[in-house]
Design a protein around this ligand. Structure first.
Ligand SMILES: Cc1ncc(COP(=O)(O)O)c(C=O)c1O
Length: 447
């Protein structure tokens, strides 16, 4: 792949060929022929579907197409395979909090790669893993913390659910609607060794109870009393992907109190919100809540895949056993990812990104205010560098996303209702880039 030579991640967009350009079209067609449809959203659910034959030949004008392929990224900039330069208002699903390819992260990975690229998972640890575990314990928003590493956000959620079950001795789980916690299914059920399977054999679907997000504490209390098998409550402190929505004031605290009274393990999923996104290291701490477990991932690895559950020692002690690890993965606490995570945490601290998210985000919110009266806009909400523009239809949200792309801004439309345009840029986004984004939004929202 040729290099596009992004010398800084602080540039404004430049669109040379309206996306999808010719290289994007050709590659999307090849990808469609090689990948399973579900994972290839370029060919699957995007409006590009139908625009390409399986050989990549254009069969009709891709009206409404939003497809493009990323070739290079640095800071808040992304360059596509056709040489167009964008500002990334997604931070790559919330991962690039310190920006894409931060030099400190790249050099930490490079240095680690000179020493140890892959280790032996749970059996033999390595120094970067030790250092990261200590660092995460120091940051954890709960007393006497211990870390359980994971390879992805969903893996961290699995660990939290298993921990809750082990510690409480009750298989039931309370979750909320809407919520997004991942998409894993059932490798454990197909695994044969009883030591791994028990006591996780009871299928979660049978014991999962759901309430509307933000349901009053009395309803939570009532369901916990009616369903005494519930041992774990899993909650996002801010709904991320499914709605970009905040709970009613005081709700998390009330939820924590009800869980505490019923001895239900409170697992807060900060995979999207953790490490500064909303102007706080962890939203739960800001809300005055000390959970039993906190899931984190995404921003932690600075672009490399790593996640973790931080939990109170007394709760994590439920994992104690003399045998092999009961939850593990080949790539757990991968050396490159641990090194990247340590560098990422350094950058968040030294560049004061948590405070920056708040101050820059407040200013961005003010710049969005004029949009609230525009046709089709039903709500604008946000905190730090997580914002949502809620539209009155999925079609309007997707049109907005596409129009922004043509102005060089990557922002995803979706959520459970399909009506939310989410804005979650790198925390290092420059004031100039954010001003450009706000001005473009003022141009295209309500068009
Ligand atoms: C709140 C939350 N939990 C869990 C996940 C799943 O993480 P992963 O995609 O790394 O498995 C996500 C991903 O978007 C998320 O936002």
């Amino acid at each position: 792949m040729r290099s596009h030579g992004l010398e800084s991640g602080r540039l404004l967009p430049e669109i040379l060929t309206p996306p999808p350009g010719p290289r994007a079209r050709a590659m999307a067609g090849r990808l469609e022929a090689a990948e399973a449809p579900g994972i290839n959203t370029l060919a699957g659910s995007s409006p590009l579907r139908g625009a390409l034959s399986s050989t990549g030949q254009k069969t009709r004008a891709p009206s409404g197409a939003t497809a493009m392929l990323w070739a290079e990224a640095l800071g808040s900039n992304v360059v596509d395979v056709d040489g167009n330069r964008y500002v990334d208002l997604t931070a790559g699903f919330g991962v690039a909090a310190v920006g894409h390819r931060h030099p400190a992260v790249v050099s930490a990975v490079r240095e680690q790669a000179e020493q140890l690229v892959h280790g032996l998972g749970d059996v033999y640890a390595h120094p970067a893993r030790l250092e990261l575990a200590e660092r995460l314990c120091a940051l954890a928003p709960l007393p006497d913390p211990r870390v359980y590493f994971a390879v992805s956000g969903a893996d961290a959620v699995e660990i939290a659910l298993k921990t809750g079950r082990l510690h409480s001795g009750r298989p039931g789980v309370l979750a909320f609607d809407p919520a997004y916690h991942g998409t894993t299914l059932g490798a454990l059920a197909a695994t044969s060794r009883p030591a791994f399977r028990e006591p996780f054999t009871r299928p979660l679907e049978e014991v999962l109870h759901r309430l509307p997000y933000g349901a009053p504490a009395e309803r939570v209390q009532e369901i916990l009393e009616r369903q005494p098998d519930i041992g774990t409550c899993l909650v996002e402190p801010v709904i991320g992907r499914e709605a970009t929505r905040w709970p009613p004031p005081g709700w998390l605290e009330a939820l924590a109190e009800v869980c505490r009274r019923r001895e239900v393990v409170l697992a807060v999923d900060e995979i999207f919100t953790g490490f500064g996104r909303c102007g706080a290291w962890f939203v739960c701490r800001e809300a005055g809540v000390e959970p039993d477990l906190v899931c984190c991932g995404k921003a932690l690895g600075g672009g490399l895949p790593i996640a973790a559950v931080l939990g109170r020692k007394e709760v994590m002690d439920a994992w104690r056993s003399d045998g092999e690890a009961r939850h593990t993965a080949t790539f757990v606490a991968h050396p490159l990812a641990c090194a990247a995570a340590l560098a990422t945490l350094d950058v968040i601290e030294t560049e004061d990104l948590v405070v920056r998210a708040r101050t820059v985000g407040d200013r961005f919110g003010q710049a969005l205010e004029p949009l609230s009266n525009r046709p089709g806009v039903t709500d604008i909400r946000g905190q730090g560098l997580l914002w949502a523009i809620e539209l009155d239809s999925p079609n309007r949200a997707h049109t907005l996303s596409r129009n922004l792309l043509h102005r060089g801004l990557i922002a995803l439309a979706g959520g459970a209702s399909g009506t939310v345009l989410q804005i979650a840029p790198p925390l290092v986004i420059t004031a100039e880039q954010l001003d450009y984004a706000a001005a473009a939004l003022r141009d295209v929202v309500g068009e």
